[in-house]
Design a protein around this ligand. Structure first.
Ligand SMILES: [Zn+2]
Length: 202
C-alpha cells in the first residue's frame, strides 16, 4: 500500500477509528457485555500500573520490540511504566481497503471495520490488564501470553459479537469457533497449535 499522506492518515484516524475507541472509553459502546468487560479491564489497568492507559495513533510504521509492525494494526507496550495502546493507522487503512475489495455493502463494511477496531482494542486491554506483556519476550513466552489473551478476547468479546450475529472478519469467526471447539480452554493443545500458526516464525 502506498504511504498515506499525513492528512489522509489523520482524517482516517479521526473519522474511522477514534469514534469507536471513544465509545468504549466513554462507556457508550452499544454491545453492553463488551462495554462492561472494557470498563473492568480499564479499572484493572489503573490498579496494576497506578495510571490509566493512553491510546497513541501512529501515522507510519514504527519499530516495536525490534519488529516492523506495519501490517499489525494494534499493539500494546509499557513505556517508562506507562501502559500504551499503539494504533497503526496505515495498517487499519490497508484493512479497510481489503474489506472494500470483498464487499460493496457500506453497512457491512462499516460494521465489520467497527468490529476490527473494537476487538483489537479489547485484545490489547486483556494483555495490559492481565500483565501479559513484556519487552523482548522470547517466542515461547509470547505464545503463552497470546494464547491467554486471545482466549480472554474470545470469551469476553467475540462471544458477544457471535451471539448477537454482528459481522466480524472471517479469521475472527474461525478463531472463536476454535476456542469453543477447544472447550474454551487456553491450555487445550489444539488451541495452542492454532495460536502458534497465527504467530508462525518466519
Ligand atoms: Zn496479542
Amino acid at each position: 500500500m502506498q504511504q498515506p499522506s499525513h492528512e489522509e492518515a489523520t482524517a482516517f484516524w479521526e473519522n474511522e477509528i477514534q469514534p469507536h475507541v471513544s465509545q468504549l472509553m466513554t462507556g457508550k459502546y452499544s454491545l453492553r457485555p463488551v462495554q462492561e468487560r472494557y470498563t473492568l479491564n480499564a479499572n484493572r489497568i489503573v490498579q496494576r500500573y497506578s495510571q490509566s492507559y493512553l491510546v497513541q495513533p501512529y501515522n507510519t510504521a514504527i519499530q516495536l520490540a525490534g519488529k516492523q509492525v506495519e501490517y499489525n494494526p494494534i499493539a500494546c507496550k509499557i513505556e517508562n511504566g506507562k501502559p500504551l495502546v499503539a494504533v497503526f493507522i496505515q495498517a487499519f487503512m490497508a484493512g479497510m481497503n481489503k474489506l472494500r475489495s470483498l464487499t460493496q455493502d457500506p453497512h457491512l463494511i462499516n460494521a465489520t471495520f467497527e468490529a476490527v477496531v473494537v476487538i483489537g482494542m479489547m485484545h490489547e486491554m486483556e494483555h495490559l490488564a492481565n500483565g501479559w506483556i513484556g519487552a523482548d519476550l522470547d517466542y515461547e513466552k509470547m505464545i503463552e501470553f497470546e494464547r491467554l489473551a486471545h482466549g480472554e478476547t474470545c470469551e469476553h468479546t467475540l462471544e458477544h459479537f457471535a451471539t448477537t450475529r454482528k459481522p466480524v472478519l472471517e479469521s475472527q469467526v474461525k478463531l472463536y469457533q476454535k476456542w469453543v471447539a477447544c472447550g474454551r480452554s487456553a491450555d487445550h493443545p489444539e488451541w495452542i497449535a492454532e495460536i502458534r500458526r497465527m504467530y508462525r516464525q518466519a
